[in-house]
Write a new protein. Structure first.
Length: 398
């Protein structure tokens, strides 16, 4: 005859197989690096208050998501619920999954709060946002914490053209909270073959205005900040200040070198993309953690070897591919996940339908980011794009 254990017996068995800890024991570890505080209550409980810095993962999702959310099974984990019951079962489950240093908080959050210990009301998604971003929430590398980080992020797009269009659309759809767009052009019929932010009824409109209409219609969570100006030495530092990332869709060498210098000064990563006929490239310049644009291209090639898209043409779908890759790299950098294209150049050939990756190393002698580089001077570049001497500006660089 099979005897079915009662809930109390199951709890007793779980507690006999785990370690429990009083609040006095674990509170000193609240700010300790590497310690994971895991809240296994339901979403409505968590929204009313939680231990600061806790990772929220409801008990019902634990078995299928905890390994993605806490990949290091040797990391110390303090798991808690409302009163200490669900956390005991959670600790037992984690032990069964191979976690080696898990304790269940005795009395749970209710006792913790009643005793006057640190807690706060966490920032959470609205029901509408949970529905909009639910596919992100299912991805352990993003989840609610990552989605909130995206909503709090600021990305500046240089250009609302071929590369800026797909990058902007996917970043807005992903919920990047603030998207800045700089472009001083107007929508032309010849743009519509590839610049998918715009449409026939917007011909003649300022591109930044057209882009803002499209992006805010796509996602009202996004604040679109427009700069209908020429990007130059006189305004670049002010414009890029405060942004987490720059997505570079520019198409001329003087601007690219100017962006490179300004990003080094402000230490803002640049997601670079370029296109030509049937070929495209993408990479990430992370200031002083990898090569910069001048490490990769010390000086621009002769004009006859590098015609613009306006001169040589471009397959309309190509910027969609490269711009989408830029959006992926931006999200990876914002969330600090995966292996971004830092120190690697991704080259795409549409005719061959091939991708190749090339190493790009930081140049110790780089005049912009090298060990002995002179202070960076922000000034307009001519066609040679050589670094400016400090004396040429008459001022101390920012």
């Amino acid at each position: 005859m099979n005897v079915v254990a009662s809930a109390r017996e199951l709890l007793t068995q779980a507690k006999s197989a785990i370690r429990e800890a009083q609040a006095d024991e674990v509170q000193p570890r609240l700010d300790e690096d590497g310690v994971v505080w895991l809240d296994v209550r339901e979403a409505d409980e968590y929204e009313q208050g939680a231990i600061p810095g806790a990772l929220h993962l409801p008990r019902g999702h634990l078995e299928f998501q905890v390994e993605g959310r806490i990949p290091d099974k040797s990391a110390p984990v303090v798991v808690y619920c409302a009163g200490g019951v669900r956390s005991a079962f959670a600790a037992k489950t984690m032990a069964d999954l191979g976690y080696t240093d898990v304790v269940s908080l005795v009395g749970g959050f209710n006792r913790w709060k009643d005793e006057g210990r640190p807690w706060k009301t966490p920032e959470t998604l609205t029901p509408e946002q949970r529905n909009r971003y639910q596919r992100h929430l299912l991805v352990s590398e993003v989840g609610e914490e990552g989605q909130l980080k995206l909503l709090d992020s600021r990305v500046l797009l240089l250009g609302a053209g071929g590369l800026g269009s797909p990058a902007a659309l996917y970043l807005a759809a992903a919920g990047v909270g603030t998207i800045g767009i700089i472009d001083m052009d107007v929508v032309d019929a010849s743009n519509l073959q590839r610049q998918i932010l715009h449409s026939m009824d917007r011909i003649g409109e300022r591109k930044v205005d057209s882009a803002k209409k499209t992006l805010t219609a796509l996602n009202p969570d996004v604040d679109v900040v427009t700069y209908d100006v020429r990007l130059g030495a006189d305004n670049i530092l002010d414009i890029i200040d405060g942004y987490d990332l720059i997505v570079d869709g520019t198409d001329n060498f003087p601007t690219r070198y100017l962006v490179n210098d300004a990003s080094l000064l402000k230490r803002i990563p640049v997601i670079h993309g370029s296109i030509f006929r049937f070929e495209g490239q993408a990479t990430v310049f992370d200031p002083y953690n990898g090569p910069c644009y001048r490490c990769m291209i010390p000086e621009p090639p002769p004009a006859e070897l590098a015609p613009s898209c306006a001169e040589a043409g471009v397959l309309g779908v190509l910027p969609g591919i490269i711009g989408s890759i830029q959006a992926v790299e931006a999200i990876k950098m914002l969330l600090r996940i995966g292996d971004p294209l830092v120190g690697r150049l991704l080259a795409y050939d549409a005719l061959e339908e091939s991708f190749r990756t090339f190493k790009v190393r930081r140049d110790p002698q780089c005049p912009a980011c090298g060990e002995n580089a002179a202070p960076i001077v922000i000034a307009e570049y001519d066609d040679l794009c050589m670094p400016h001497a400090l004396a040429s500006s008459g001022t101390t660089p920012a």
